[in-house]
Design a protein around this ligand. Structure first.
Ligand SMILES: *Cc1c(COP(=O)(O)O)cnc(C)c1O
Length: 232
């Protein structure tokens, strides 16, 4: 199957999952995750209509982005970002979807101010409470502190939440985590934090995106199902 066939196929599956949940397919954005993917393949995805791209390493995207001219597209950082790479990330990306501390948010804000640029951000939640994963704990002071700091971080536009739940072979087993994310998203939306517009709930990957959509995802992040298995 070609990349464009994979994308057409995914769009159908996204639409079916949306309909099962009584949702509109347009509510769900399809982000292509391009880690380890060659620039030719990224161009193919762009030609097939993808306008949202995600990478999880600053250095890799730094090397590739010079060879990519993706008209009308947005590139998002979706992997763990070390503070010492915040400056470069703020230059390279349109959005950072993996903000997981107030410290990192401050660094990104300073970098974006310097660049005279607005940077969209999502707060990454460690929804499974896994020690090995990044992200802020769902019900924590750290999360509250970060959200309350939004008005002073004037170069950052807080748009919502991202999560990678614990991996399960059977995606049905991830449903409760996606549901917890939707509840947290709704709760934080209702709290109306100044300077925060909760509109994106980024969750769901190749093997579990349909469940994530049924549970309220507004952005699915798909690598393998578009580009094939990654070479390790
Ligand atoms: C790699 C990655 C994805 C895509 O994973 P696939 O299983 O290949 O679809 C999504 N989100 C994050 C944070 C990733 O690192």
């Amino acid at each position: 199957m070609s990349i464009s066939e994979n994308i057409a196929n995914l769009r159908e599956r996204i639409a079916s999952a949306a309909h099962r949940a009584g949702r509109h397919p347009q509510e769900i954005a399809l982000m292509a995750i391009t880690k380890t993917v060659a620039v030719e393949s990224i161009r193919e995805a762009h030609d097939a209509g993808i306008r949202l791209f995600g990478e999880n390493r600053v250095q890799e995207f730094d090397a590739k982005s010079g060879h990519l001219e993706l008209a009308g597209a947005e590139s998002h950082m979706i992997g763990h970002l070390q503070s010492n790479k915040a400056n470069r990330a703020a230059q390279l990306f349109d959005a950072i979807d993996s903000v997981d501390s107030l410290r990192l948010a401050r660094k990104l804000n300073a970098a974006a101010l310097e660049l005279d640029k607005k940077l969209s951000v999502l707060v990454e939640i460690n929804i499974g409470g896994e020690a090995a994963k990044t992200g802020i704990a769902a019900e924590s002071n750290e999360l509250d502190e970060l959200l309350q700091a939004a008005p002073e971080l004037s170069a950052l536009e807080f748009r919502g939440l991202m999560a990678v739940p614990p991996y399960h072979d059977d995606p049905e087993d991830s449903r409760s985590y996606f549901r917890d994310m939707r509840r947290l998203f709704a709760k934080l939306s209702n709290q109306n934090f100044p300077g925060i517009e909760m509109k994106t709930l980024s969750m769901g990957m190749s093997h579990d995106f349909e469940i994530a959509i049924e549970e309220g995802s507004t952005c699915v992040r798909i690598g393998t199902a578009i580009f094939g298995e990654r070479n390790k």
